[in-house]
Design a protein around this ligand. Structure first.
Ligand code: FMN
Length: 251
C-alpha cells in the first residue's frame, strides 16, 4: 500500500495535525495544495493507497481554493481520510464538504477527523495546540486508520454538517506597513497569487482568501490585518472559543 498526505496549510497548524496523524504511516509522500504553479490535474493515485486530506476550516467551511484543487486530483478509488482543522470555535460543514469533494474526485472516504490547532487570526484561541496530548491522540487515530485500511472494511463515516453548506464570510485583507523590506517572500508564498511583485504592500481583494500566510511568514512582521477588527472578532468569539474542544475520530 502507498501512503500520501494532501495538505492545505497556510500557517502550519493543519500541517502539524496531518503530520501527527500520519506519524506511523511509512514512506509517505506529501502533496502541498497551496502551490500556485502545480498542475494538480496531473496528480493521480493508485487504488491501493491510503490518502490523508487535511484542510483548515474558514468560517465553518473549507477554503474554496483548496476544494478547487482537490477536485482536480484523480482519486481512482484510493482510500482516504478527510481531516478538518479548526481554531477551537467550530468546523460546522467543513468535514461534510471535504467528504463530498473527495468522493467526487474519486476517493473512497473511510474515516474523518476534526482536530484543533491554534487560531491563525486570533492566536490566543487554542494557543499551543496541537499540544502533547493532541499529538499522542492524533497518532493513535492514525494507527486506528491503518488498522481499518488493512482490514478491508471500507465503510464511509457519518460526519456532522448540513447542506446547503454555510456560505463563506468575507475575510480580513492583510496589508504591509512601513517596515516592509520588499523581500517578496509573501508574493512567492501566497497560495492564491494575491500579492503582486510590483505592489508588495497590498493584497488583491479579488484573490486574497484571508488565509494569513503572508502575515505569518513575513520575516519582519510587516503584514497585518486590522487590529481593531481582530479585537472585535476576538471579543465576539470569546465565549465559544474559550471552552477547550476535543479532537474527534469518525471511523
Ligand atoms: C479566514 C479564517 C477563518 C477561520 N474560521 C474559523 C472558524 O470558522 N472556526 C474555527 O474554529 N477556526 C477558524 N479559523 C482558524 C483556523 O481554522 C485554524 O487556525 C487552522 O488551524 C488554520 O490552519 P493553518 O494553520 O494550516 O493555516 C479561521 C482562520 C482563518 C484564517
Amino acid at each position: 500500500m502507498k501512503y500520501y498526505r494532501i495538505i492545505f496549510s497556510p500557517t502550519g497548524g493543519t500541517e502539524k495535525v496531518a503530520n501527527a496523524i500520519t506519524k506511523n504511516w511509512k514512506q509517505i509522500e506529501t502533496i502541498d495544495l497551496t502551490l500556485l504553479d502545480t498542475d494538480y490535474a496531473k496528480i493521480s493515485f493508485e487504488k491501493d493507497s491510503l490518502v490523508l486530506i487535511a484542510m483548515p476550516s474558514f468560517g465553518g467551511v473549507a477554503p474554496s481554493l483548496a476544494l478547487e484543487r482537490l477536485s482536480m486530483l484523480k482519486g481512482n478509488g484510493a482510500m482516504c481520510v478527510v481531516t478538518a482543522v479548526y481554531g477551537n470555535r467550530a468546523y460546522e460543514d467543513t468535514l461534510l464538504q471535504m467528504q463530498d469533494y473527495a468522493q467526487t474526485a474519486g476517493f473512497q472516504v473511510i474515516t474523518a477527523i476534526s482536530a484543533v490547532a491554534e487560531h491563525s487570526i486570533i492566536r490566543k484561541y487554542a494557543a499551543g495546540r496541537p499540544n502533547l496530548n493532541d499529538y499522542k491522540e492524533l497518532a493513535e487515530f492514525g494507527d486506528r486508520i491503518l488498522e481499518k485500511a488493512a482490514s478491508g472494511a471500507l465503510s464511509t463515516p457519518v460526519v456532522p454538517g448540513n447542506k446547503p453548506y454555510k456560505k463563506a464570510g468575507v475575510g480580513m485583507i492583510p496589508k504591509a506597513n512601513a517596515t516592509c523590506t520588499a523581500c517578496g517572500l509573501c508574493a512567492q508564498k501566497c497560495p492564491s497569487g494575491a500579492i503582486s511583485a510590483d505592489q508588495l504592500k497590498l493584497s488583491d481583494k479579488s484573490k486574497c482568501i484571508s488565509c494569513m500566510r503572508c502575515v505569518s511568514i513575513c520575516p519582519v512582521h510587516a503584514r497585518k490585518v486590522s487590529q481593531l477588527m481582530t479585537s472585535v472578532a476576538a471579543a465576539a468569539l470569546k465565549k465559544t472559543c474559550s471552552v477547550e474542544k476535543e479532537n474527534e475520530l469518525f471511523i
